[in-house]
Design a binder for this molecule. Structure first.
Ligand code: SF4
Ligand SMILES: [Zn+2]
Length: 317
């Protein structure tokens, strides 16, 4: 079973994710190789701020998702099957060849829709990419069973995992999935020393209960890693959710709360004048300044802070 929904599919039926179908008794991945999007993006756009900052990554997505988030910002590809003529078949070999030829490109990012439902394509493509010394990035909701997750760990170098809320009630009501499996994914990634950044989309009147957010921060702060990064992103009305967008005052409040528990907290989806830059976690000297996707690495030499000489071991350069 790929994901915790454990769909039981009669012949001809398709799973909740829209992409896995019982065809004459064989479970097929309908979107294998069929991409809805392919772009060369700054790695910061994933968002990953501590993984080869300033580099580019060839980013691809298909369609479908195993969550049903009422606020999905990419619902046009995650919650519907696109017209097949809008999808383009790209074999694993072609995608890796393209990635190898791009300047300043570190590898492949599987993103846009939920990539894990396209498990077989990722395994094949990421294995080839790894053999070619490229990096593999996965931007995921973390809703996956243990064994396929362990398989992905063999080929994926960095993960951004959405933590969409911190109660089972929220996950059930707003995403039609469950929190416990997502937490298990985050813990497994950390336990296996993978680079992990977490995204929290801050939605007014949905997951903006401060007590619940603090509970999430406490959990994240207990994870045994020195490189955990939290991105708090501003929500904008999308799909079935019409609450007004997150405002800067609320974003600042949650940013300051998070800074009490975690060393590296950033804000996204809104230019607010805070939560962009990275500071040395020993002396506080700025080491990466960011302006939108313009990245300036400064005060770093030989992976050490030039002010305090401490090794910078929570960023992969
Ligand atoms: S991956 Fe798709 S078909 Fe498989 S259990 Fe999850 S939702 Fe169902
Ligand atoms: Zn320093």
């Amino acid at each position: 079973m790929l994901c915790p929904h454990k769909c039981v599919l009669a012949d001809g039926n398709t799973g909740r994710c829209l992409v896995r179908k019982n065809v004459d008794g064989v479970l097929m991945n309908l979107q294998y190789g069929y991409l809805s999007a392919k772009h060369i993006d700054p790695v910061e756009k994933k968002p990953l701020y501590h993984f080869y900052p300033g580099s580019k990554v060839l980013s691809v997505g298909g369609y479908g998702c195993n969550m049903k988030c009422t606020f999905c910002q990419n619902h046009h590809i995650s919650q519907y099957t696109p017209h097949w003529e809008t999808l383009k078949y790209v074999s694993p070999e072609s995608l890796v060849s393209e990635a190898m030829l791009l300047p300043r490109n570190i590898g492949l990012a599987f993103t846009y829709n939920e990539p894990t439902v396209n498990f077989e394509y990722i395994m094949h493509t990421a294995t080839l990419a790894k053999q070619a010394s490229l990096k593999n990035l996965l931007i995921t909701n973390g809703y996956i069973q243990k064994q396929p997750l362990l398989d992905l760990l063999q080929v994926v170098d960095a993960f951004n995992v959405d933590l969409k809320g911190f109660t089972q009630k929220f996950y059930k009501e707003f995403t039609h999935s469950s929190l416990v499996h997502v937490l298990h994914t985050i813990e497994t990634l950390v336990h296996n020393n993978k680079h992990v950044e977490i995204s929290w989309l801050l939605i007014p009147h949905a997951n903006d209960n401060e007590r619940e957010f603090i509970n999430a921060l406490k959990m994240l702060s207990t994870l045994k890693t020195n490189s955990l990064v939290l991105h708090i992103s501003a929500y904008h009305p999308a799909y079935h959710m019409s609450e007004p967008a997150t405002n800067a005052v609320q974003l600042l409040r949650f940013y300051e709360l998070a800074k009490q528990y975690l060393k590296h907290v950033y804000v996204g989806n809104m230019h607010v004048g805070f939560g962009d830059n990275t500071y040395c976690s020993h002396c506080g000297t700025i080491i990466i300044s960011r302006n939108s996707y313009t990245v300036d690495i400064k005060n770093v030499k030989n992976k050490k802070c030039t002010s305090c000489e401490a090794p910078i071991d929570d960023i992969i350069f």
